[in-house]
Unconditional design. Structure first.
Length: 208
């Protein structure tokens, strides 16, 4: 998993609450187990009408938000089913950070496992950032310092955010669950060697 430290980019204001995982990536695109190629289907049923034409009012279809790496969303983002394709599609689209007042627990934890930083801020602050995103090109996010900075009316603004230290470290080091386990491979090997001597039958060995 790619390490996350600092991010500089513009943001998409998504002024919708209770965005569920089927809205993020509809069920018909869940046939693959690959993490790539899903970005084009992100918010598929929100950005296209029934005839397959782009809905111009939807933020992802507007030119000023093309190439954005930050999503500023409403509360309870990622609710619904626990499909991991949701963070896969977000990451594949190029979004590396989500800012919202709250998330569904499973989606929130899945973000960290896929290199996405989900930031939690109060609703008023999120609403102000959504307004700012309409006029500000760049937001700077520093995970180590746990802050968001941007320039508004020629004035430097800074917002701090909280994050679980363990989850923060995983993003900084680029560690998913598998990598975390492999970091303990020596200890695991020592334990298994000791256990095999004490309980050989667990390893298919006969008692002598």
């Amino acid at each position: 998993m790619e390490k996350f430290n600092k991010l500089s980019g513009h943001a998409i204001p998504l002024r919708i609450t209770n965005v569920d995982t089927d809205m993020i990536i509809p069920k018909q695109f869940l046939k693959t187990i690959k993490r790539t190629g899903l970005g084009e289907f992100l918010f598929y049923e929100l950005k296209l009408d029934q005839d397959g034409n782009e809905i111009s009012s939807f933020a992802l279809n507007q030119d000023q938000y093309k190439g954005a790496s930050i999503l500023i969303a409403g509360k309870n983002f990622g609710c619904g089913s626990s499909r991991e394709h949701a963070p896969w599609s977000i990451a594949d689209y190029g979004i590396k950070c989500i800012i919202a007042p709250s998330y569904a627990d499973i989606f929130y934890n899945n973000c960290f496992k896929n290199g996405i930083l989900p930031i939690i801020l109060d609703e008023e602050t999120v609403s102000k950032l959504q307004d700012t995103a309409e006029n500000t090109l760049n937001f700077n996010i520093d995970l180590e310092k746990q802050n968001i900075t941007y320039v508004e009316n020629n004035e430097q603004k800074e917002i701090s955010f909280d994050i679980d230290p363990a989850k923060k470290n995983c993003l900084l080091e680029g560690l998913d669950d598998i990598a975390l386990t492999l970091n303990k491979s020596v200890e695991i090997g020592n334990f298994e060697g000791s256990q095999e001597k004490e309980t050989p039958w667990l390893y298919g060995n006969k008692l002598t």
